[in-house]
Design a protein around this ligand. Structure first.
Ligand SMILES: [Zn+2]
Length: 481
């Protein structure tokens, strides 16, 4: 009998698929910048009433782009950045939270913020005052023509509330006009008493007259802080001290002191000139009257200040003239403007003495706290982003049956990579994203085996024959009874 033997076959199908996806970072942005913020606090001790409360700051940032700053949420009054020095110099009358924003290729190291010795970070300051009410208009006009301001120290009893004859005398209408233009007024006593007769009333009655002009102006908040003792009379010292920053808003006396001052805190002598230590705890400043004799003395002092000023040494020179001094004053003004002012090196801060004194007072009572640097934007420069997807699919198919076996494995693998950027303050961000995707393919192989077997059996009956040597024995027929 034939038999079909069903042979078994084992088919094994193994599919291994490996997908490797690798994204390399955006190297095209290698030179891009990162946005940063430097946040710090500005604190201020309680100050006496002041009209001028500006303070200039020097923020050393280094090589950055587009720096800007707010203090207490407000833009500064002025701001400028020098790529040469890496300094952002800004002036603000605000205190509280300060934020400097900028961009840089890498995080700047060693950011510092300091107070400028003088407003606008100028090298030295000059203030000018004019006394005794009369024959001042020409000098006023010369100073105004430069875009500058100064102070008129008034003898109270001579100020008319209404007179307008500025050709020879300045009265309240003229004072009001000047205050509106940003000029300052100071108290020069009531009657100009000197040698004798100095009393507290001389100071307070004179003060009341200039305060009245302030009250009538468009700047009624302009605080009168300056007093000039008539004749530089030291006898005013005691009553002035008693009235200072209490019964009056007066803060300093233009008398007795050195008119050439070092506002960075120590006496400084060079070439036979001494600038006296000056800060806001000192309530006397000097007045130089040399302009009334010659223009050369003041100009020589300007030259000395320019030559001796430095990052740690800033000067203040205070001058005085009475009426009819325009001839010398115009030479001094022209020299200052064209050499050291807007027409020259622009290193000079020309301002009324009360503005400069107020600046020192604000400066000396303001504290800058150490700040913190933070990234404010996503880095795009040196970030490396790597995503790897590994996909392994294995299909195993075991079929037993006929010789024809069809196994189909369908395997779909999807690799999804998600990259997350983590930035550091150094603008070097390493970002690694790993996506692992495992796809399992189930392969079902169905083998249908049809086995048909036909078995045919043939059977043959063989013929009988007598062998050749067969003997036939004939037996008698016996008949049995
Ligand atoms: Zn005088």
């Amino acid at each position: 009998m034939n038999m079909n033997r069903l042979s078994g076959r084992i088919a094994t199908l193994a599919i291994v698929m490996i997908f490797a996806l690798a994204h390399t970072g955006h190297s095209a942005y290698a030179q891009s910048t990162v946005a940063y913020t430097y946040s710090f606090d500005i604190q201020q001790a309680t100050l006496p009433p002041l009209f001028y409360t500006d303070l200039t700051y020097i923020a050393h940032l280094g090589a950055v782009s587009a720096p800007s700053v707010t203090v207490n949420g407000r833009a500064p009054l002025s701001s400028s950045y020098s790529a040469a020095t890496g300094d952002l110099v800004f002036t603000s009358d605000q205190v509280g939270a300060a934020v400097i924003s900028f961009s840089a290729v890498s995080a700047p190291a060693g950011i510092t913020v300091n107070k400028a010795s003088l407003k606008g970070n100028k090298a030295w300051a000059w203030s000018h005052g004019m006394d005794d009410n009369v024959y001042l208009q020409n000098q006023i006009d010369l100073i105004t023509a430069k875009g500058w301001r100064a102070t008129l120290f008034m003898i109270g009893k001579d100020v008319s509330p209404t007179r307008q004859e500025s050709g020879w005398i300045i009265d309240q209408p003229g004072l009001v006009e000047l205050i509106d233009q940003g000029w300052s007024v100071g108290d020069h006593s009531w009657s100009h008493a000197c040698g004798s007769g100095q009393t507290a009333a001389e100071i307070t009655k004179g003060f009341a007259v200039v305060q009245q002009a302030v009250d009538a102006s468009n700047h009624p908040d302009h605080v009168v802080t300056a007093f000039a003792a008539p004749c530089f009379d030291a006898a005013y010292d005691a009553p002035f001290e008693a009235l200072r920053d209490g019964a009056t808003t007066l803060l300093f006396n233009e008398s007795q002191g050195n008119p050439l001052m070092n506002v960075d805190g120590a006496d400084y002598t060079s070439g036979g000139e001494t600038a006296s230590a000056m800060d806001s705890t000192i309530d006397k400043i000097g007045r130089d009257t040399g302009i009334e004799a010659s223009s050369s003395g003041a100009i020589a002092t300007f030259n000395w200040m320019s030559a001796n000023a430095s990052a740690n040494r800033h000067f203040w020179f205070n001058t005085l003239s009475h009426g009819n001094q325009e001839s010398n004053l115009t030479k001094v003004l022209n020299s200052a403007y064209s050499t050291y002012g807007p027409g020259g090196t622009d290193e000079l801060w020309m301002a009324p003495s009360d503005e400069i004194y107020s600046y020192l007072l604000v400066r000396d009572n303001t504290t800058i706290l150490v700040g913190t640097l933070a990234e404010s934007g996503r880095p795009t420069s040196t970030a490396t982003n790597t995503a790897t997807a590994t996909n392994t699919a294995t299909a195993t198919n075991t079929a037993t049956g006929t010789a024809t076996n069809t196994a189909t494995a369908t395997n779909t693998a999807t690799a999804t990579g998600t990259a997350t950027n983590t930035a550091t303050n150094t603008a070097t961000a390493t970002n690694t994203a790993t996506a692992t995707n495992t796809a399992t393919a189930t392969n079902t192989a169905t083998a249908t085996n049809t086995a048909t077997g036909t078995a045919t059996a043939t059977s043959t009956t063989p013929a009988q024959e007598v062998p050749a040597n067969t003997h036939i024995v004939l037996l008698p027929l016996v008949i049995t009874p």
